[in-house]
Design a binder for this molecule. Structure first.
Ligand code: NAP
Length: 242
């Protein structure tokens, strides 16, 4: 999958890694970039179409899906991270609403056009989804669930020509982890590596030095082996559900 001349939708495109992905998609010659945001966005490049899209809003998702007739790449980037200690159920629910169910609802809405284009879905996940970061356990469990969802979607859509990519992000210099004092890399460098990974056909993309340090272990690990082993059952899913 090459971004040049493609149409791309990015959720949470107004700041952070979403904004960097928007600019990188334009730099790589995307034909159209739909910028999903909760607040109004203006962009000087005519290829950018702003789209009001809160990923927790069923009506906004439906409206966006009605507007977009063709799409090659969906980037599920919108996310929240709140410091917690699992003592407040509402905080857990908030994370699941955006980081898991928002991702799933947006994906479902755009599946028809993605199947038509034989497109790609990119889900921005986190190292904290592979092992919980104890300062953000609710966030971590939502990203673990989103990784599991990504693996299911990958298996279920493989026969329909849609590829599903997990982006395992390490610490980036964005608003999200402003208060967390650890080495971070720029969202621009991660955005470049995400599209490079897509173009190389990597199903799991490790776009920064921290995540890259575990890439080999992940790809050779037991979890990946089981994912492949279990994927053979995907063709039975529709029959069983029906
Ligand atoms: N930064 C990191 O170190 C890091 C590490 C691992 C994974 N990630 C993942 O990368 C993604 C982007 O993170 P970031 O670092 O760029 O964070 P960020 O700077 O905090 O930006 C988050 C983006 O998500 C949007 N958003 C939040 N809730 C939304 C909703 N309900 N509907 C639509 N958009 C919503 C925000 O929009 P508003 O401006 O309207 O709030 C904003 O555009 C997230 O999925 C995050 O989990 C980041």
């Amino acid at each position: 999958m090459n971004i040049a001349n493609k149409s791309v939708l990015i959720t949470g495109a107004n700041r952070g890694i979403g904004r960097a992905l928007l600019n990188e998609a334009l730099r790589r010659g995307a034909k159209k970039v739909y910028a999903g945001t909760r607040s109004a966005l203006q962009h000087p490049d005519k290829r950018v179409t702003p789209l009001t899209l809160d990923v927790t809003s069923t009506s906004q998702i439906r409206q966006a899906a009605d507007e977009i007739k063709t799409l090659d790449v969906l980037i599920n980037n919108a996310g929240i991270a709140i410091y917690d200690d699992l003592s407040n159920l509402e905080v857990i629910e908030q994370h699941l609403a955006v980081n898991l169910l928002g991702l799933l609802k947006v994906t479902r809405a755009f599946l028809p056009v993605l199947k038509h284009s034989k497109g790609a879905i990119i889900n921005n996940l986190s190292l904290a989804g592979l092992a919980p970061l104890p300062v953000i356990p609710s966030y971590s469990l939502s990203k673990a669930a989103a990784l599991n969802l990504t693996q299911s979607l990958r298996a279920l859509l493989a026969g329909q020509g849609v590829t599903v990519h997990a982006v395992v992000l390490g610490p980036l210099d964005t608003d999200m982890n402003r208060g967390f004092n650890i080495p971070k890399v720029s969202p621009e460098s991660a955005a470049r590596n995400i599209f490079d990974g897509l173009e190389k056909g990597e199903e799991d993309i490790f776009p920064d030095p921290t995540s890259l340090s575990i890439a080999e272990g992940w790809r050779a690990g037991v979890s990946k082996a089981l994912e492949r082993q279990f994927a053979v059952f995907a063709p039975q899913a529709a029959a069983n559900a029906g």
